[in-house]
Design a binder for this molecule. Structure first.
Ligand SMILES: NC(=O)c1ccc[n+]([C@@H]2O[C@H](COP(=O)([O-])OP(=O)(O)OC[C@H]3O[C@@H](n4cnc5c(N)ncnc54)[C@H](OP(=O)(O)O)[C@@H]3O)[C@@H](O)[C@H]2O)c1
Length: 325
């Protein structure tokens, strides 16, 4: 097989958003692949994290430390990252450049400074998360949209995400099953065709050769407009690939419930801290009250997260030294 027969896509991880880090890490990725150009290179998430050198840890993940406890953001601006993307494209390290997980607002902002427009926008997209306006905006600017996680909750169950486990599988949804049966296709094939008929590209992955073949065989039939609309009506604006879903697996469903609980507990903790610092002059008492507030806050987060690893997070604060308050 020749290189030109393959279309190879890679993405820039968030810890490499600073202008001067983009070219070296692209070259490292190319070297790891044993190739000299990508066909498409994407900004993975529009969130910049503090640089972690590949000598320190590679791949670096979300955390700045080996103990996986600190997420530190960087001051790299998306405009500078995009400028670096335009430069690696002009140097031939990639044929095309694009973005992923951008909102409409971020796209509009990008249009104000981009000399080269993104060729593609890669987004989570399935009948529970349809995003018609974002797709329309991309189309109006001639940006091709690629759908990931076309099967909805399926791929997030593997990440042990409670919200995904608690959401009915699209494969079992009566609307999807009905349309699949009518076309003598599997629910997976119907989910992929729903995307491609809406003008998106799909990139399903599978460890099974049979399912890989099945996922390729999705263009030989057409769903009717009403079937496409029926599937689009399943929209719940439910995004699984959100950091809050991973860090705080919810006791309460829905973004608003989660955010309300997190912010109420944070607010209560910060009020208690201020009270202890300004009204209680006995340092032992202040230390005790403040630590109690932190323990309560972290216990709540732990309960929401349902994650045993966070025991460490809780214990760290119980032994918080007096001089740190
Ligand atoms: N830009 C981003 O932020 C982002 C985020 C996530 C993913 N992605 C990309 O999107 C692509 C797809 O990854 P994804 O995580 O979204 O996974 P996905 O393709 O939506 O789903 C994979 C899951 O579906 C199952 N599956 C695949 N084909 C099936 C079929 N025909 N019938 C039943 N089950 C089937 C697989 O199981 P088996 O393996 O057992 O078949 C696996 O559990 C990857 O290239 C990934 O890099 C991008």
């Amino acid at each position: 097989m020749k290189r030109e027969d393959l279309f190879i896509v890679s993405k820039l991880w968030q810890t490499f958003h600073d202008y001067e880090q983009v070219e070296p890490i692209t070259k490292k990725q190319l070297k790891d692949w044993g190739i000299d150009y990508f066909d498409l290179y994407l900004i993975h998430f529009p969130v910049a994290l503090k640089y972690v050198s590949p000598e320190t840890r590679y791949p670096p993940g979300w955390f700045s430390d080996d103990a996986n406890s600190k997420i530190i953001h960087s001051k790299a601006r998306l405009e500078d990252t995009w400028r670096a993307f335009e430069d690696i494209k002009s140097k031939g390290l990639t044929k095309s450049i694009g973005v992923s997980n951008y909102s409409g607002a971020l796209l509009l902002d990008l249009f104000t400074y981009a000399k080269v427009k993104p060729a593609t926008l890669q987004i989570e997209h399935h009948p529970y998360y349809v995003q018609p306006y974002l797709i329309k905006l991309a189309e109006e600017h001639d940006i091709k949209v690629t759908a990931y996680s076309s099967f909805g909750p399926q791929s997030f169950i593997e990440c042990d995400m409670k919200i995904a486990a608690d959401t009915p599988l699209l494969f079992d949804h009566p609307v999807v099953k009905k349309i699949a049966e009518k076309h003598s296709k599997t629910p997976a094939q119907v989910l992929l065709r729903w995307s491609t008929q809406r003008g998106l590209s799909v990139i399903p992955k599978s460890n099974s050769q049979n399912r890989l073949q099945q996922n390729l065989d999705v263009t030989g039939f057409d769903m009717s407009e009403s079937e496409i609309a029926e599937m689009s009506d399943l929209d719940k604006n439910l995004k699984f690939n959100a950091p809050t879903n991973v860090r705080y697996t919810p006791l309460f469903h829905g973004e608003i419930g989660r955010l309300t609980v997190c912010s109420t507990v944070s607010l209560a903790t910060s009020l208690l801290r201020r009270l202890t610092l300004h009204r209680i002059y006995d340092i032992d008492m202040a230390h005790w009250v403040y630590n109690l507030a932190l323990v309560l806050r972290n216990a709540t987060y732990m309960a929401m997260n349902n994650n045993k690893n966070n025991t460490k997070f809780l214990l760290e604060f119980i032994v918080m030294p007096k001089d740190s308050i």
